[in-house]
Ligand binder design. Sequence first.
Ligand code: LLP
Length: 418
Amino acid sequence: MPAFDYHAHELYCEDVPLAKIAADVGTPVYVYSRGEIERAYRAFDAALEGIPHEICYAVKANSTLGVLGVLVQLGAGADIVSAGELYRWLRAGGVASSVVFSGVGKTEGEMKIALDAGIGCFNIESAEELAVLDRVAQSVGKRARISIRVNPDVDPETHPYISTGLKQNKFGVAMAEARGLFREAAGRPGLHVVGVDCHIGSQLTKTSPFSDAIARLVELVQGLGKDGIKITHVDIGGGLGIDYGKGDTVPSPAEYGQAVRAGLAPLSSLGIKLVTEPGRVIVGGAGALITRVLYRKNNEAKHFTIVDAAMNDLMRPALYNSYHPIRPVERPDREVCPTDVVGPICETGDFFARDRALPTLDAGELLCIGAAGAYGAAMSSNYNSRPRAAEVLVDGASFTVIRARESYEHLLAGERLA
Ligand code: LLP
C-alpha cells in the first residue's frame, strides 16, 4: 500500500489524515512516512544481496535529525559533504567509521574534524586536495583512509545541473591521471589508500550509465593491482532515480542491483566491498510538502492557485523545472482544469506546477506536493524572510514533529544592528 494514499476521498500518510497534521502543526509542513523510508532502504539493501556491501546514505538528500535517526536504526552508513553533515550524523547516533566524505572543496578545518571523529574514508577529488589531506593527517599524527574519486566521463543522461561524471564537470580526477595519483597517494605517509570511487549524477533513469562507470572502475582496480595497490572497496556513488509521476520509467532497485552485480563480477574473487551512496531513492518517495490554498485568480487566459508554500520551501521546480505530483488532500474526484500552482514569493520562478490539471480548489483547502522527501527541506531557505516549514515523521497512526516551524526570532539569530 502506498505511503500517501486516499482512504475514502481523504489523503493519508500511513494511518494519519494529512488534514489532521495540517490542523495541528500548520502549513506548509513536510510530512515523511517512516514506513516508506524503511521499505525503500530495505528494497535497496535486498537488491545488493550476495555482494558484500555498505549503504552510505547521502545525507544531503534529507539531513533532518529525525530522518537521519531512522537511517541510523536501519544500519546505514553515511555519505557526507561537509563537517556540518558529519555533526548531524553523529548527533543522530550514527557511527563515524561508516562515514565517507565526498566533495571537491573540503577545508583543512573539516579534514581535522573528520580525522578526529575517525571517519571511514575520504573521497579525494584532486591532486591538490590529496597533498593537503596528507599534510593535515600527519600534523595530527593520523593516517587518513582514502579513495580517489575518478571522473569516468560517462553521460548519466539526466538534468545538466545534476550530471557529475562528464569530463567537463568539476568532479573527480580524470581516468588518465587516476593511476598515477593512486601511486603518489600510496607513497604518502599520512594516507592509506583503501578505495576507488565515482558518482556520475543524480536522478538516473537507466542502468547503462552505471554499468559503463563500473566497467571503468573495474579496469582501474585491475590496473592498481598490477601496481601493487590493494583496493578494499569500490564506491559507485548514488544516483538511482525515482518516479516523479510524470510517466518516467526508472529502474527498480532490483534491476539496478543486477547491473551492479554483473558489472562487479570480474572483481568477485578479490573480496572487495561495494559502497553505495544513495539519497533520493531512499527518502524521495517518503516525503510530501503539504500546503494550503490562499487565493485563486485569473490573469487573462491563465488560472493561478496561490498556496502558502513557496520556492524557499521546495526549490526543485524553480531550479530544475522539475515535476512533482500534486494532489488535493480532500475529494480528488472533482472535475479538473489547468492551473498554475504558485507561491507568495516575488519571482515568476516561484511555482510548483504549470497548467496542472487539478480541481478548482477553494481558499483554505490543502494540496499535497509529492515525492518531496529528497532535496526538499534540505535545500530550503529563508528567502523573503519566510520561516522554514515544520517537518513531521509519521509512524503508523502517530506522528512526531521532528523539526518545529521556525520562529521570527530564529530569522534574526546571529544578526545585529551595526
Ligand atoms: N554521492 C555524491 C557524491 C553526490 O554528490 C550525491 C548527490 C549523491 C551521492 C546522492 O545522489 P542521489 O542518490 O540522491 O541521486 N538537488 C538535486 C540533486 C543533487 C544531487 C547532488 N549529489 C535535486 O534536487 O535533484
